[in-house]
Write a protein that binds this ligand. Structure first.
Ligand SMILES: Nc1ncnc2c1ncn2[C@@H]1O[C@H](COP(=O)(O)OP(=O)(O)OP(=O)(O)O)[C@@H](O)[C@H]1O
Ligand SMILES: [Mg+2]
Length: 296
């Protein structure tokens, strides 16, 4: 049975910064990154959380940090080892919290794409290029690319990411750092993509973040989760159209079938959509980690 969903956390006397999905508490040299059960679709955070979604996201990030063998920011995901105030609702935090080393983030979203989707597909249709990289003509939506593309982005003030060229990234962070992050990001994407493919999931694209810690660049934020990446079910893949999303398709289809205009606050989700979506997240966790989801 699912525990009640956690839409928002509040830890006594700690300042919090809330993203769309995560609540982040600053402990000085470390951060507590808590994935809530909030879900976003069509750029809106929905009013109905998905129970245990945050545990799936955290569990997947933790799995990948270990699997990838790349220097990363995770210290522990065991809440009993974390400096959490005694009055905090510890059971609520279990499984969804990472204690991480605070790094100095490189202000670039390192996006790697193996397939032509989202903003890259839009840009290609207009210009035949993606982030200044010329692609062959005649590619269809969701086409698999011959080589994964590194398409950096910056966080624009509007909150929407803005694609930039590799040269622009190099101007901002220096050529050596840009080259290093491109190589490391593409290598991690390739490794994760091959692994996911064997488990029936196409990792269409992803966003990685890096930060400086003790003079070197380490992997920060979340990695290869359905919130930072496009997961497609491999058995439904069909180029020439948009692909169903592994995790959010029930939610998107249901919202599309309502009369919601996508410009005003979205409606609450019915229970069966919540439950089917929850099962999809759990399925992604189990397929990728090869382990039973501990919170079923
Ligand atoms: N180890 C770390 N040290 C310092 N900052 C980090 C670390 N890991 C992640 N961050 C930063 O923490 C922030 C996480 O915010 P979060 O992703 O929850 O919200 P957001 O990016 O503002 O919005 P969205 O919900 O749309 O992603 C990011 O700015 C990320 O760069
Ligand atoms: Mg973010």
């Amino acid at each position: 049975m699912a525990r009640p969903a956690v839409a928002e956390t509040s830890l006594p006397e700690l300042p919090v910064r809330r993203g769309k999905v995560r609540d982040i508490y600053d402990l000085g040299d470390t951060l507590l990154m808590i994935a809530t059960d909030r879900i976003s679709a069509f750029d809106w955070v929905l009013p109905t959380p998905i129970p245990d979604k945050g545990r799936v996201l955290t569990g997947l990030s933790v799995f990948w940090f270990h699997y990838l063998g790349e220097p990363h920011h995770l210290i522990t995901d065991d809440v009993d080892q974390m400096p959490i105030p005694a009055a905090a609702p510890i059971d609520q935090l279990r499984g969804r919290t990472m204690l991480v080393r605070k790094a100095q983030p490189v202000p670039i979203e390192c996006v790697v794409r193996g397939y032509l989707a989202g903003s890259a597909w839009k840009e290609y249709q207009k210009t035949g290029s993606v982030c200044g990289i010329k692609l062959p003509p005649g590619l269809v939506e969701s086409a698999e690319l011959e080589q994964p593309l590194f398409t950096p982005a910056t966080k624009a003030a509007s909150g929407h990411d803005e694609n930039i060229s590799f040269e622009e990234m190099a101007r901002r962070v220096g050529n050596d750092v840009a080259e290093e992050l491109r190589a490391r990001s593409v290598a991690l994407y390739n490794k994760a993509r091959a692994y996911a493919r064997e488990r029936g999931i196409l990792l269409a694209d992803t966003k990685l973040e890096w930060g400086w810690c003790d003079g070197r660049l380490i992997l920060i934020d979340e990695v290869f989760t359905p919130d930072s990446s496009r997961f497609w079910p491999a058995d439904a893949y069909q180029p020439g159209r948009s692909q169903p999303s592994f995790d959010k398709q029930f939610v998107r289809d249901w919202l599309d079938a309502t009369d919601w205009d996508k410009n005003s606050p979205p409606p609450p989700l019915p229970d069966d959509i919540v439950e089917q979506t929850r099962q999809r997240y759990i399925e992604a966790y189990e397929r990728l980690t090869g382990r039973a989801f501990p919170w079923k």
